[in-house]
Design a protein around this ligand. Structure first.
Ligand code: MN3
Length: 242
């Protein structure tokens, strides 16, 4: 049996379509977006300790969010993959891109797996700052960093119920949007499509233990734990390939 990485590598060499997808989407610093399992998705390890983001995101929230919620999306996605041959051999990014072909369980759990894998990679206790490329792009498309953050915060606050806020790159520009449930901007059904640069989970499970009904405080705290290095990498890649 072919090992996963070999399989993906060979798939990439075999078809131009996969080159584009793999090159654009397989970019997390942990590498798990591209290496992710093809017929049996696995929970990626967190790239930091459970308490690393304290006090902004607490240890118990991280533990339940990663070990229980994210794990459940993967378990349920694997059930769908097992039952549907069309899903076998696809990366989670490809599943998202073609999500209209599949049922609601695939949309919810495929999105859940992609979004959470991405979210972990975009969090860090180390801080850092936007690269000059990202800072310039933010200035060009929003005026300044504060304006970008304000738009992002508004998208996160006004997403009714459960969902995500995004900074995406599309058509040569940065843009803010939000999605319901576990949808994401890669999905063919998304109102705003693009390549995610930043992502924030605004489901209550992401913040309720510490922030209760104060979603705004959680959103404000997020800016203290953004992994700018990862966001910089994602923008560079998006600019090269989109
Ligand atoms: Mn979540």
């Amino acid at each position: 049996m072919m090992r996963r990485r070999e399989f993906i590598h060979k798939s990439i060499l075999a078809t131009g379509a996969v080159v584009a997808t793999g090159a654009v989407l397989g970019t997390s610093s942990q590498g798990y977006m591209l290496q992710d399992a093809i017929t049996n998705f696995e929970l990626p390890a967190l790239p930091f300790a459970l308490d690393a983001l304290e006090p902004h995101i607490d240890k118990l929230t991280m533990e339940i969010h990663h070990d229980k919620h994210h794990a459940a999306y993967i378990k349920n996605l694997n059930k769908e993959v097992e039952a549907n041959k069309d899903l076998q051999g696809k990366t989670v990014e490809q599943i998202c891109t073609d999500v209209s072909k599949y049922n609601t369980a695939v949309r919810n759990n495929g999105g859940g797996h992609y979004n959470h894998s991405l979210f972990w990679s975009l969090l860090s206790a180390k801080g850092g700052s936007p690269s000059s490329t990202l800072a310039k792009a933010i200035e060009k498309d929003f005026g300044n960093m504060e304006a970008m953050k304000n738009q992002f915060n508004d998208a996160a606050k006004t997403r009714f119920g459960s969902g995500w806020a995004w900074l995406i790159y599309a058509d040569g520009k940065l843009k803010i949007c939000s999605t319901p449930n576990q949808d994401n901007p890669l999905m063919d059904i998304a109102d705003d499509k693009g390549y995610p640069i930043l992502a924030l989970d605004v489901w209550e499970h992401a913040y309720y233990l510490k922030y209760q009904n104060k979603r705004s405080d959680y959103i404000a705290a997020f800016w203290n734990v953004v992994n700018w290095e990862e966001a910089n990498k994602r923008l560079n890649l998006a600019m090269k390939t989109k």
